[in-house]
Design a protein around this ligand. Structure first.
Ligand code: ATP
Length: 140
């Protein structure tokens, strides 16, 4: 059984967010979304803020990841994320607040470094809000 499965690990510096088997994983690669099936070729790529989807049998689980790295081996997917949350653990008002702060900052004249940081913070907040919204729609 196990040969047709991916062993998936989603970890952050704060701890493990998920460990389990999957038939299919989708991850937000820096160069575009990646769909991973068992026996995928080995791959190491940076991640951008977005959603990791883990599908096993008929069950789908969704995680926000803020960025980090994805390592794929034929039977293993490891996500090393800066921060990660299960869709149901996203605090929407916190993300709204973060989005507002980042948008306000981007209205100001900033150094390139601050501009880049505010853009990434905005991308994190928007990805969190999109996933929270997706979850709400799937539940209704
Ligand atoms: P904020 O400005 O609200 O801190 P951020 O995007 O800067 O947002 P991160 O650096 O991505 O925050 O994450 C810091 C920690 O806070 C991580 O543990 C992350 O999981 C958690 N976190 C941040 N925003 C949220 C949220 N909206 N819901 C749940 N957890 C969050």
């Amino acid at each position: 059984m196990a040969e047709n499965k991916l062993h998936v690990d989603i970890v952050t510096v704060e701890g493990r967010r998920f460990k389990g088997d999957a038939d299919f994983v989708v991850a937000p690669g820096a160069d575009g979304e990646l769909g991973i099936l068992p026996r995928h070729i080995p791959l190491l790529t940076p991640l951008k803020p977005g959603v990791v989807k883990v599908r096993n049998e008929n069950e789908e689980q969704f995680f926000f990841v803020s960025g980090g790295f994805l390592e794929v081996r034929p039977d293993e997917v490891t996500v090393l994320a800066d921060a990660a949350e299960r869709a149901e653990d996203i605090d929407e008002s916190r993300a709204e607040e973060a989005r507002r702060r980042a948008s306000d900052l981007l209205q100001q004249k900033l150094s390139n470094v601050d501009q880049a940081a505010a853009s990434v913070a905005l991308a994190r907040a928007e990805a969190r809000l999109r996933l929270a919204e997706l979850r709400r729609r799937r539940r209704t």
